[in-house]
Design a protein around this ligand. Sequence first.
Ligand SMILES: [Zn+2]
Length: 381
Amino acid sequence: MSTYRERANRRTARGNVLRALATRERRSHLSAPRVPTVGIDIGGTKVMAGVVDADGTILERVRTETPDKSKSPKVVEDTIAELVLDLSDRHDVHAVGIGAAGWVDADRSRVLFAPHLAWRNEPLRDSLATRLAVPIMVDNDANTAAWGEWRFGAGRGAEHLVMITLGTGIGGAILEGGRVKRGAFGVAGEFGHMQVVPGGHRCPCGNRGCWEQYSSGNALVREARELAAADSPVAQHILDRVGHQIGDITGPLISELARAGDPMCVELLEDVGRWLGVGIANLAAALDPARFVIGGGVSEADELLIAPARDAFRRQLTGRGYRPEATVVRAELGADAGMVGAADLARLVARRFRRANRRRAERVHRTGFELRLPPRGRAAG
Ligand SMILES: [Zn+2]
């Protein structure tokens, strides 16, 4: 006969959550419970968290600074837990989805590497699931953004979709038949490091001529600064604008000046757009999607970027004239795509009668396991 403690130990939060995850990850978005969840987007500077309902509406959002890279993984975990508990004080939170810039392993339990954080092979899903006692979903931020656009944005209705995120580098994701394609090791969609120019610009990844060296926010800024540093006549306008402080030239400034008709900035965006089109044509040859959705900060330039991308794509596309052509469109959810997508993916693992709760989370944190007392006249939660 086992003691109460032994029985309680067998039913630790960890065991419960892991069993639930194993059965529920196979669920599709059509059968997921229509309950509110929290989506978290961990970027290089900000952590955004929002409560999102089943229609993709953000009910409330909170944000904080990303802990410095020098801080321990525990500090990042504390930050996430506090954001979730804060939101759960005012909302029913049935699951938490996390989109992180970094590599997530194939079963999405560990963050293998995150450039902005101290995470190295970090078992994020299980440690947070134990601590918050609700199901946790972890994914790469490009995957969560693609999912958000597919469910509620520019990707709606596209069964074969490729998302390309132009930020400082290039992020990518592949969706087919309502599933994110993650590859055998979880790191599919790293389009930014396809080589497009043999022997081209050096990339921090160690290779040369990677796509993101030609089509990204960094590429845009690098070219503008080079022209400015050479004191080119075409750069006089932007040089005046930054008071000749070349380091102050940024992607958003280039887009702003391009919209106002500055010829150099228009041309630089055209260049980035053309390279975008070249890469898209390569991806079409390999993956044949129906739609490409272009997101990330650089996509704010809208048609100044996307129109030249479409032209280059059509010129480069293999079998052009003899095949249906994929459409190339700008993302619709903007900076919220990753957070909304993470929340919606979390509904795939959500449990209808389980909600995040500060008192329980603190008890779990204190004792290391969860005591499940018989319910007294209220729903289990
Ligand atoms: Zn590279």
